[in-house]
Design a protein around this ligand. Structure first.
Ligand code: FES
Length: 90
């Protein structure tokens, strides 16, 4: 018996993508080729996944208009809109 993968349609920085249901936002971002999620305010240092378990807050992104959400602790859902801030300074 084979299992069917359920896909969710989400938006990452304005681009529509399909991702497996139950995947974390961080995993979805990496799968989309985004490895830098934000930069620090003072030193403009790139940040991404560090702890992967919700304690370091390095993976903050904006989800459905709400800033500073931990990508490693949030699961994707259909229609989710994710924005990384790394590209806003470009
Ligand atoms: S990677 Fe540490 S809180 Fe998300």
């Amino acid at each position: 018996m084979t299992q069917q993968m359920i896909l969710e349609s989400i938006e990452i920085n304005g681009q529509s993508v399909l991702v497996p249901a139950g995947q974390s936002v961080a995993a979805a971002l990496f799968a989309a080729g985004i490895s830098i999620f934000r930069h620090t305010h003072e030193e403009n240092a790139p940040r991404s996944i560090f702890c992967g378990m919700g304690t370091c807050f390095d993976c903050l992104v904006t989800i459905d208009g709400i800033p500073n959400q931990r990508a490693c602790m949030t699961l994707v859902h259909s229609g989710m809109k994710i924005r990384t801030t790394a590209n806003e300074n470009d």
